[in-house]
Design a protein around this ligand. Structure first.
Ligand code: PML
Length: 269
């Protein structure tokens, strides 16, 4: 009999504010260790003292698991966050997002896409040719959940990323999340940069070009960031998209190609 799989999700808060979150999908025998590791990670979080940690453990029906390959990863080295944002617009347009929509989306994340300029807990969903937003709750947005690497793929990817100098768990986790997003019905591209004030790197991902990191998307010290998923409304419905992003279990069993960083030269230089 095949061993059961469990989804483990951890969320930590301080004064009701999100502090840390992570999730894994692991075989039954690893549930105890992984839950302890995620809890320890929240307790050692550098951006505040934890008030509450919520860990949920949920058994997964193996028949519902969808297996996929991870996208390739590349990195563009830019000279400033202004250049980074310019590059993000170019990459989004190349992926099929209408250019004026990409030009409006980048400042939306930069000023905070939630009500009153707040950073959203989840992602914006935006139509790629009209800019229309679909989230029912613009404070929460849409949370991507229930994805991980298969137990066989994790060591291989970790070793590839570490050899490329990209060993931090943040990169692996963002790549896995983007991998799930790129398999969503109607997806055109994703734009993301971190809301961690000490982390200025972001990415544009699309199904053809993969996960394209951009070295600078904001000034250090800026705590605004987030995610926008661009979709083609003709190819999906909000219900189908949200069901896939939040509920469909996805395990990645093949790593993509990890390329070395390349400098980006803006076209007018
Ligand atoms: C990376 O360096 O590739 C990760 C970039 C985005 C990180 C987003 C986050 O903080 O979750």
């Amino acid at each position: 009999m095949m061993t059961s799989l469990y989804s483990i999700r951890m969320r930590a808060t301080c004064h009701g504010q999100h502090l840390a979150g992570a999730e894994r999908i692991v075989p039954k025998a690893a549930v105890g260790d992984v839950t302890a590791a995620l809890t320890a990670r929240a307790m050692h979080c550098s951006n505040g003292e934890v008030d509450e940690i919520h860990c949920s453990v949920e058994r997964i029906d193996r028949a519902t698991v969808c297996y996929k390959s991870l996208p390739d990863l590349s990195t563009y080295q830019v000279n400033s966050w202004q250049e980074g944002r310019q590059l993000a617009i170019c990459l989004l347009a190349k992926a099929g997002v209408q250019e004026d929509i990409a030009e409006r989306a980048v400042p939306l994340l930069a000023k905070g896409a939630g009500p009153g300029g707040a950073v959203m807990r989840g992602a914006v969903i935006m139509e790629s040719s009209t800019g229309k937003r679909f989230e029912e709750d613009q404070t929460r947005g849409v949370r991507v959940s229930r994805m991980d690497l298969s137990p066989e793929c994790r060591p291989a990817l970790k070793s590839d990323l570490t050899s490329a100098g990209l060993g931090h768990h943040r990169i692996l986790e963002a790549l896995v999340l983007a991998g799930k997003v790129l398999g969503a019905p109607g997806i055109v591209a994703e734009l993301c940069w971190s809301d961690d004030p000490d982390y200025t790197i972001g990415y544009v991902a699309d199904p053809q070009a993969g996960y394209q990191r951009i070295s600078d998307m904001k000034l250090s010290g800026d705590s605004r960031g987030g995610r926008i998923f661009f979709v083609d409304q003709a190819k999906t419905s909000l219900a189908e998209l949200v069901e896939y992003l939040e509920r469909q279990v996805v395990l990645f069993n093949t790593p993509g190609v990890i390329s070395t960083a390349q400098e980006w030269i803006p076209a007018d230089e």
